[in-house]
Write a protein that binds this ligand. Structure first.
Ligand code: PRP
Length: 210
């Protein structure tokens, strides 16, 4: 029997993903150990795991280097990979929003926006092109996106909002919600066919806990 390989997202989603797998009867002892080993396993169930940067998880799954991935919908939207999204795991909930200074509230349609800062350039491009039919310059940043409108880098941002605290403490507001975000389970298209029974069982065991 071959291994079923999981690609898990490093960071915020790691602990919640492990808890979910454990609840589904998968042994995560090795995964939880403080090891430098990159590939860890549950030998009894013939399951392997590795942790990767969230943006790389859909890549591993699309190429079949992992059969299953756990990753945020934000990353899936940005990466646009060809995968089966099989489960909404319901954790790590937040919203992908357009945000900016209070002065722009309710004025998005009358003010012309020239620059948008974001960690999600594809999501932002698609939103401004298709939903707003505006041609804007997208500026890609790697973090602390809320800084951009404060220092005049852009008028607005496209970013994740969870509690809204970062926006509030910086005098910014949500101007539009683009997507509801949460963690998702994705499966490689070929694996879904070749290992259908085992993967369906894993999906069902995980679904029972949601
Ligand atoms: C995320 C996101 C916002 C913040 C939203 O950033 O990009 O900045 O969390 O959370 P809140 O609504 O609860 O305040 P993260 O902490 O991942 O760091 P980053 O800014 O470096 O991306």
């Amino acid at each position: 029997m071959r291994y079923i390989t999981f690609a898990l997202s490093k960071g915020r989603l790691t602990d919640l993903s492990i808890r979910l797998l454990e609840g589904a009867g998968i042994d995560c002892t090795e995964l939880k150990s403080d090891s430098r080993k990159l590939i860890l396993s549950d030998e009894k169930n013939k399951i392997r795991f590795f942790l990767a940067k969230p943006a790389d998880v859909p890549v591993y799954v699309e190429y079949g280097a992992a059969d299953i991935g756990i990753v945020g919908k934000d990353t899936l939207l940005e990466e646009g990979r060809d995968l089966y999204e099989v489960l909404d795991l319901g954790f790590a909930k937040c919203r992908m929003c357009v945000a900016g200074p209070k002065e722009l509230e309710g004025k998005m349609d009358s003010v012309s926006i020239t620059r948008v800062a974001t960690k999600y350039p594809e999501v932002a491009r698609s939103y401004f092109r298709h939903k707003r039919r505006e041609s804007v310059e997208i500026i890609k940043l790697s973090g602390s996106i809320e800084l951009a409108p404060l220092v005049g880098l852009s008028e607005v941002i496209v970013d994740l909002v969870e509690t809204g605290r970062t926006l509030k403490e910086n005098g910014l507001v949500v101007l539009d919600t683009i997507y509801e975000i949460s963690a998702r389970m994705v499966v490689n298209r070929v694996s879904m066919k070749m290992e259908n029974q085992r993967i369906t069982k894993i999906i069902e065991d995980i679904r029972k806990q949601l």
